[in-house]
Design a protein around this ligand. Structure first.
Ligand code: IMP
Ligand code: MG
Length: 187
């Protein structure tokens, strides 16, 4: 029945962070976020699309406190595995954020250019506060200094896929964070 379906997992060289590690860390991150906001305080999570959608889904469900969600689509021009720093908003928020407590939800911070752009763009809209949570962080690749409030995992300088992260728009649905076989990039 499934014999003609392409096996994405066959392209994976190794798993870097498995499902259990992801879920355990996300539970800890949700607790840290809850500790930083008073019980009745307003909170708006802004998911950076596309890559942030899986993390947002798990983080939102791990948070027991009330919160609202909004989405922002950004796209950076550049090569397949590296962003150029030229960021474009391809889908904007549905609502104003003036006076709101905003938490940006990102999948990964690499050079920091995408987040730096997001941060400056959102700060210009006068939120009451602006914090950043990222699942993954590649500290060795940072070109723009951007302060991150919550980090799931610091990872080495390797291109990763899965759990929302893509290579050429594929592999986002893998339930773990993994590294592709070298031949996948040259095919
Ligand atoms: P930055 O602007 O260089 O920080 O890049 C951030 C964006 O590049 C992320 O939101 C991802 O879309 C993409 N990116 C950076 N590193 C990786 C990776 O290892 N795998 C998949 N996408 C990545
Ligand atoms: Mg991407």
């Amino acid at each position: 029945m499934t014999q003609n379906v392409r096996d994405l997992e066959a392209d994976v060289d190794h798993v870097m962070i498995d499902q259990a590690q992801l879920q355990a860390r996300i539970a800890e991150m949700a607790q840290a976020i809850e500790a930083d906001f008073a019980a009745e305080e307003d909170l708006l999570l802004i998911c950076v699309l596309k890559g942030g959608y899986v993390f947002l889904s798990d983080l939102s469900r791990a948070l027991k406190r009330p919160h609202e969600l909004d989405f922002m689509g950004v796209s950076s021009y550049g090569a397949l595995t590296e962003s150029s720093g030229e960021v474009r908003i391809v889908m904007d928020l549905k609502q104003p954020i003036a006076g709101r407590n905003v938490l940006i939800v990102e999948d990964i911070i690499d050079s920091g250019r995408t987040l730096d752009y997001m941060r400056r763009n959102l700060l210009a809209r006068s939120p009451a506060s602006l914090r950043i949570v990222t699942l993954l962080n590649k500290p060795s690749r940072r070109a723009v200094d951007v302060q991150v409030d919550y980090i799931g995992f610091d990872i080495p300088d390797e291109f990763v896929v899965g759990y929302g992260l893509d290579f050429a728009e594929l592999y986002r649905n893998l339930p773990f964070v993994g590294v592709l076989k070298p031949e996948v990039f040259s095919d």
